[in-house]
Design a protein around this ligand. Structure first.
Ligand code: PBG
Length: 324
């Protein structure tokens, strides 16, 4: 394999050669589009730090989703912004909560679209933490029961898949048991398995109004320097019944995606999170980078690292670009 016998440039000569030997292909099929749902009517409220991302009320959400379906994006994930918060996050499992109502309305019109729900309490608790607070810290086991109720209420409303993002120990097991014992053994779980305590979630917390009112999430989300621990987290979730495992964020954690790909045989999702979106948007709007090319390069890198599925706020743009 020595020069001049081997010349790698031979296979880069033109686009057809490049297409033929391309190892990674980004597809519309890989995409999950995150959406924020709020209460009220005729609301389409821009998220300041995420240009082109909005909080929708159910009626405007339906219009947005018609577009998503038209673009052939196979799945959405919903985040709820309730009008009332309390210390237990009880709106998260309310029968007519904002997410439950949204799911019913969407499934009525688009039975085929995969509707995934984020299962977490931070948007619903007055203190903004992802679990129940006892003695100043998040109580793991008391939270499990509530998360299971939330997931079950989403399944009852018609969700196609639930995605716990809280990072409590044992939540996948608790949710699997609750679903199975209530007739929802066919509903898969996409677990946010290796979810790091990342500063890249900043814009999301504005979008979802979910910033913690005191302290931070370091006692439950993973410490960014760790990668072996990600293997342990994924092992637990898989043993507890996860169908899809997630690494989050994506870009600063491509090595984690790769390690999980090499260790596990399960579908892997990666979350191209809000901060990753906002950085590219900001630079693109300044004309400092070519937004389209950078987005496609970045999302392709997430697939090359080993992800099968990408959650991204760019999903609609990408679907348009790939369809051209
Ligand atoms: C809820 C949740 C968060 C994100 C997804 N689910 C925020 C957090 O953990 O604080 C972040 C998504 C993003 O930044 O795009 N726990």
């Amino acid at each position: 394999m020595n020069f001049p016998k081997y010349r790698p440039r031979r296979l880069r000569k033109n686009e057809n050669f490049r297409r033929m030997i391309r190892e990674t292909n980004l597809s519309i099929d890989d995409l999950i589009y995150p959406l924020f749902v709020t209460e009220g009517h005729d609301v389409k409220s821009p998220v300041r730090s995420m240009p082109n991302v909005y909080q929708f009320s159910v009626d405007t959400l339906l219009k947005e989703i018609a577009e998503v379906v038209n673009l052939k994006i196979p799945a959405i994930i919903l985040f709820g912004i309730p009008s009332k918060k309390d210390d237990r996050g009880s709106e998260a499992y309310a029968q007519s909560g904002v997410i439950q109502e949204a799911i019913k309305a969407i499934k009525d019109v688009h039975p085929e679209l995969i509707v995934i729900t984020d299962v977490c309490l931070c948007e619903y608790t007055s203190h903004g933490h992802c679990g129940i607070i006892k003695d100043g810290t998040v109580d793991n086991d008391a939270t499990l029961e509530i998360l299971a109720r939330v997931a079950l209420s989403h399944a009852r409303a018609g969700a196609d898949m639930v995605a716990p993002s809280d990072m409590m120990d044992g939540r996948v097991k608790a949710i699997r048991e609750a679903l199975d014992s209530n007739g929802y053994s066919q509903i898969p779980i996409m677990a946010y398995s290796a979810k790091y305590c990342s500063s890249f979630y900043g814009p999301f917390r504005e979008a979802a109004d979910s910033a913690p009112k005191f302290g931070d999430r370091r006692s439950y989300q993973m410490d960014p320097p760790n990668v072996r621990e990600a293997i342990r987290e994924v092992s637990l979730d898989v043993e507890e019944g996860a169908d899809i495992v997630m690494v989050k964020p994506a870009l600063a954690y491509l090595d984690v995606i790769r390690v999980i790909r090499d260790h596990f045989d399960y579908p892997i999702a990666a979350y191209n999170v809000s901060g990753e979106y906002s950085m590219i948007k900001a630079a693109g709007m300044q004309g400092w980078i070519d937004e389209k090319k950078v987005v496609l390069e970045v999302l392709t890198s997430i697939k090359r690292a080993g992800a099968d599925i990408i959650l991204t706020y760019f999903a609609k743009d990408v679907a348009k670009w790939l369809a051209d």
